[in-house]
Structures are given as structure tokens and as C-alpha cells.
Design a protein around this ligand. Structure first.
Ligand SMILES: NC(=O)c1ccc[n+]([C@@H]2O[C@H](COP(=O)([O-])OP(=O)(O)OC[C@H]3O[C@@H](n4cnc5c(N)ncnc54)[C@H](OP(=O)(O)O)[C@@H]3O)[C@@H](O)[C@H]2O)c1
Length: 339
């Protein structure tokens, strides 16, 4: 395929380019260069995609597929989708499960209610407006991949990378109980593979893209894998949601990716992905994601971990929060976590 990647040099887009090259597609990528350049096998068009002249230049060529990873204000996607409507056969977009109204119903599929695409409505609204712009131009030749928690090498959102960093520090580690709580996440490389296979088959539709609950990814498996690869000898201390709440620990961000099984956000790890599985979604084992992420992360000095892109909030428990939890559960200071 002649593949145009809008983005491609940070996390998910980077995985898309790597997999596209592995599949021997001809790849052109557009980015400004602030996050580095794509691999040299890629034709790189350096520029700002919000510039209509750049989109006109791209529209002067013919593409089999476009993959767009944009996560900012929707105007950039509106511009690209309308500008490229006659220039590409297919448009794939990395959307988000954030488009669903809160709280997410448990077990919901892609027909669950979504937010309004209101101006200044923030991230969920921008993602929805981007989806609508693509559906408008490509009603039956587009794919909206509503990703959930994305993990893997080059992650710059501070989630699995925080857990790995914390596991590497060792000592007693706060682990949110119950250990068998299911997580739904997706390795960026599996998300990329799903998008590229769909582009090759010109699959159209809207898909939740996280691993199925039947994959059996649990808090225990995730954290055991972090301890195993870092080899720090740390131990997990399972703390119930009630104590965590009393200590002011927020779900999702303070214990990155965690959502209490009985809370409002429980649906974040309980959605129906049967459509994506039927369309070919294949998810590697969480242990593989953890091992490969650590392999990459260990090259980054501890003082610069976890790497985080600008504008992303700091995630993970602070040492003070940990101490508050130990105090609440009546343990003496057991952690050597100091940062
Ligand atoms: N992380 C999660 O858990 C999660 C969950 C659900 C959905 N998602 C979605 O997953 C996607 C993540 O993608 P990613 O950011 O990792 O993709 P990426 O394609 O690897 O990185 C973003 C790209 O956009 C480029 N870019 C930024 N501003 C630009 C501009 N004005 N003009 C041209 N290029 C520009 C960046 O390069 P330069 O800066 O060099 O220009 C970079 O190449 C997002 O859509 C996000 O909403 C993530």
C-alpha cells in the first residue's frame, strides 16, 4: 500500500510505522519534527498538518490508506478528512473510549451513548468531533479504533512505565486489591497491527480496541510481570479500594490504569470487544508487553523515568501518598520509595 501516516514519531504512530514497514508498505509520514524524525525508509514530509497548504499538497497524490493518530482539537482532523476525501481509499483513526458518556455501562459495545461533539468540550468531545468528520467524508471506508489503555514500548503517558519504575525501586509496593481485578488494555503494537490489517482489507466500522476480558489480564499478572522483569525483589501489599480512597488516591491516574471494580469507572475494564476480535484483533500476552516495555525503559536513566510527553499530567503515587497508606493500614515505614 501507499500509506500516509499523519503523525508517527511518538508512541502509537511509531508502532504503526514500524509495523507498516515490516509489512513492506510504502510509508509517507507527516510531522513537525519536534518528536524526532521517522525511520529513514519512510518518506518524511516535515510540516504542520493544521496548515491547509500542506493538506492540499498531500491531496495532490494518491494514497491507499491514511492512518491518523491526532489527539488535539478536532479541526486538524476535519481539515485532513475533507482535504483527503478524494485522495485516499480508506481513513483509519485512533479514537478513544473516552467518547462514551460517563459512567461507561459495563459490558457495553460500540452502540453505547457518546458525548456531544461540542466546541471546547475537551478531549472526549474533540475525539468525537474527529470521528464525525471522518464518518462524514468516509462513511463506508473508514475505521475508528476506540482504544482504551494503551501500553508498550515508547509509552509516554506514564502508566505502565510508572509501574515498572516503581517495581524497579523495590520495597513494599501498594497494589490495589483485589488481585484478580480484570484490566482491559492494548499494546500499541497490537493496535497498530489491527489498524494495518484493517487498512489492507479496507475494513470499515467502529471498534472498541482493548484486549477482551477473557484474556485474563489481572492486576496480579500485570504487577507480577513488572516485579519479574525488574528483578528488584519488591513485594506487593494488597490494599483495598476503601483505604485507597481514604488516602486520597485517585483511580486511573494515581495507580495508573487501575479502576476499582465497584466504582463509577468499572466499565473502563469491562467492555465488549467482540467486533474487533471478529475483525482480527490479536493481543499479545501482558507479560510480553511488560517485558518489552522494560527492555526499552531500562535504557532511560531512573531520574528521567517515566518519560512523559508535554501536557500529560504526572501519574503514579507519590512517596507521601504511599506513606499515608502505610499509616492508614498500621504498617511502619516499609517502603524505600523516596522520589
Ligand atoms: N495512551 C492511551 O492510553 C490512549 C488511550 C486511548 C486513545 N489514545 C489515542 O492514541 C493516540 C496516540 O497517538 P500518539 O500521539 O502516540 O501518536 P504518534 O503519531 O506516535 O504521535 C503524535 C504525532 O503527531 C505529530 N504532530 C503533533 N502535532 C502536529 C502538527 N501540528 N502537525 C503535524 N504533526 C504533528 C507528532 O510529531 P511532532 O510533534 O514532531 O510534530 C507525532 O509524530 C491518540 O490519538 C490518543 O488519543 C491513547
Amino acid at each position: 500500500m501507499q500509506l500516509l501516516v499523519l503523525g508517527g514519531t511518538r508512541f502509537v504512530g511509531r508502532a504503526v510505522i514500524a509495523d507498516a514497514l515490516r509489512r513492506r508498505h510504502q510509508v509517507t509520514a507527516v510531522s513537525r519534527g519536534r518528536s524526532g524524525a521517522p525511520p529513514e525508509e519512510v518518506e518524511w514530509i516535515a510540516g504542520d498538518r493544521s496548515d491547509p497548504r500542506l493538506i492540499r499538497r498531500l491531496a495532490g497524490r494518491r494514497w491507499d490508506a491514511v492512518i491518523d493518530t491526532w489527539d488535539g482539537p478536532a479541526e486538524a482532523v476535519v481539515l485532513a478528512a475533507s482535504g483527503l476525501a478524494t485522495a485516499t481509499g480508506w481513513y483509519g483513526y485512533v479514537s478513544s473510549r473516552s467518547v462514551y458518556t460517563w459512567p461507561l455501562p459495563r459490558g457495553a459495545d460500540e452502540t453505547a451513548p457518546v458525548v456531544e461533539a461540542a466546541p471546547d468540550g475537551g478531549y472526549p468531545s474533540d475525539k468525537r468531533a474527529a470521528e464525525l468528520a471522518i464518518l462524514d467524508e468516509f462513511p463506508d471506508r473508514s475505521l475508528l479504533a476506540r482504544a482504551g489503555l494503551v501500553l508498550g514500548p515508547y509509552e509516554d503517558t506514564g502508566r505502565l512505565t510508572w509501574w515498572l519504575h516503581r517495581a524497579a525501586v523495590g520495597g513494599s509496593i501498594v497494589a490495589p486489591a483485589p488481585p484478580e481485578r480484570i484490566w482491559q488494555c492494548i499494546d500499541a503494537r497490537d493496535l497498530a497491527g489491527f489498524l494495518l490489517a484493517a487498512a489492507e482489507a479496507t475494513t470499515s466500522g467502529i471498534f472498541n480496541v482493548v484486549c477482551p476480558t477473557s484474556a485474563g489480564v489481572t492486576t496480579r499478572r500485570l504487577l507480577d510481570a513488572c516485579l519479574a522483569v525488574t528483578g528488584s525483589g519488591g513485594d506487593l501489599v494488597w490494599i483495598g479500594a476503601e483505604v485507597l480512597r481514604r488516602a486520597g488516591v485517585s483511580e486511573w491516574d494515581d495507580l495508573p490504569g487501575w479502576m476499582a471494580p465497584d466504582g463509577e469507572g468499572a466499565g473502563m475494564h469491562d467492555c465488549d470487544v467482540s467486533a474487533a476480535v471478529a475483525a482480527g484483533l490479536d493481543c499479545r500476552a501482558i507479560e510480553q508487553t511488560v517485558a518489552d516495555t522494560w527492555e526499552w525503559l531500562r535504557e532511560i536513566p531512573p531520574s528521567r523515568r517515566p518519560p512523559r510527553r508535554g501536557g500529560i499530567p504526572r501519574r503514579g503515587l507519590s512517596a507521601e501518598q504511599e506513606q499515608a497508606i502505610w499509616w492508614l493500614v498500621g504498617r511502619r515505614r516499609v517502603s524505600k520509595y523516596e522520589t
